[in-house]
Write a protein that binds this ligand. Structure first.
Ligand SMILES: C[C@](O)(CO)[C@H](O)COP(=O)(O)OP(=O)(O)OC[C@H]1O[C@@H](n2ccc(N)nc2=O)[C@H](O)[C@@H]1O
Ligand SMILES: Nc1ncnc2c1ncn2[C@@H]1O[C@H](COP(=O)(O)OP(=O)(O)OP(=O)(O)O)[C@@H](O)[C@H]1O
Length: 306
């Protein structure tokens, strides 16, 4: 093991809108979704290995530490594609709940790609890293860039956006794991009654209109997951009853988030939820790619430009 080490932040994402337009011949769904990052984040530490091997540890023991881990897969793909002689040891400090609809694994993979680009001195652009990321999962390209974007295709076609109006985000995850494949599998695309308006969400962001953003929140997967897991509906109801300005399930769930602008409301909603569910987090909307994403290393400074 070498002592050249960098740390990269891997923020969670939330979906402000998630629309499904069609089922594709390849089994995936054609989506249109507005996504943004929040400051609930994992940290990925990358230490250079001279022996060419890839290894991984995670603070959460139930997360796989082999090729099933998205971060491990990211390192292997990059190593093979660019014939890198070096290896890496990855340590993931897990703060984002797992199988929660917050793209934790995807963000770890994206952070690994960004970190290895520096550690292995590959000189790749974010577009090139996102292309590698798409081989790992549909959410990885967005996570490579971070910030705020519309994602189309199966999620890999990214159009960057300005940050949404600033606000607090309270996230609550019931103690169940949800399989994204099952949720998409249970969706009847032709039966979708209300599609969220991407156009209105873009307008809300452009005009920095918090109230329009809250009114436009929408996720067509929500109904599917709510029917599978009634607890998710209870959390949603509780957030709404506690005065949240907007409430939505993220991704395929089961995490539900509430948006509020007034700090006093944050405490009220947090306290109401804590009696009901253990995993409650208070975060700020990040909305922009984080500067200084990769920190302390033996090169002396952070050269990652997100
Ligand atoms: C629900 C979201 O998280 C919203 O951001 C994404 O659409 C899913 O992203 P992800 O977890 O990275 O998804 P992947 O790992 O690529 O795919 C998991 C499974 O979800 C289904 N899937 C995923 C993305 C998509 N556009 N259509 C799909 O039908 C497929 O059955 C796939 O086998
Ligand atoms: N680095 C990782 N962190 C967490 N889970 C991982 C990781 N790599 C692979 N996994 C596996 O992926 C599965 C989904 O975990 P993850 O936390 O990424 O889900 P998610 O937040 O619902 O993702 P998405 O929002 O992209 O659908 C878990 O069952 C876990 O075993």
């Amino acid at each position: 093991m070498n002592n050249v080490r960098i740390s990269v932040k891997a923020p969670a994402k939330i979906n402000l809108t998630l629309d499904v337009l069609a089922k594709r011949p390849d089994g995936y769904h054609e989506v249109e979704m507005v996504m943004t990052t929040v400051d609930l984040a994992d940290r990925v530490d990358l230490t250079l290995r001279d022996d060419g091997r890839i290894s991984l540890d995670c603070s959460a023991s139930f997360v796989p530490d082999d090729i099933r881990n998205h971060a491990y897969k990211a390192a292997l793909l990059l190593k093979e594609r660019y014939q890198v002689p070096y290896g890496v040891h990855l340590y993931i400090d897990k703060q984002i709940p797992v199988a929660a609809g917050l793209a934790g694994g995807s963000s770890d993979a994206a952070a690994t790609l960004r970190g290895l680009n520096l550690l292995w001195n590959l000189g790749l652009s974010l577009d090139e890293l996102a292309e590698v990321g798409a081989e790992i999962g549909s959410d990885v390209p967005f996570c490579v860039y971070g910030g705020t974007a519309v994602a189309r295709g199966r999620g890999e076609q990214i159009t960057h956006l300005a940050p949404p109006p600033p606000c607090w985000v309270i996230l609550a995850k019931p103690p169940i794991g949800v399989s994204t494949a099952d949720v998409y599998g249970n969706l009847r695309v032709k039966g979708i009654e209300r599609h969220p308006s991407t156009e209105n969400m873009l307008r809300a962001i452009q005009e920095q209109n918090f109230s329009l953003m809250c009114r436009t929140l929408g996720n067509v997967l929500e109904e599917v997951t709510l029917n599978m897991h009634p607890q998710v509906r209870q959390i949603k109801d509780l957030m709404e009853a506690s005065g949240a300005d907007g409430v939505l399930m993220s991704g395929s769930g089961p995490t539900v988030f509430a948006l509020v602008q007034k700090e006093a409301k944050v405490h009220r909603i947090y306290n109401a939820l804590r009696g009901f569910v253990k995993d409650v987090f208070v975060a700020r909307m990040l909305g922009v790619p984080e500067r200084g994403n990769a920190c302390t290393n033996t090169y002396g400074n952070d050269t990652l430009a997100p």
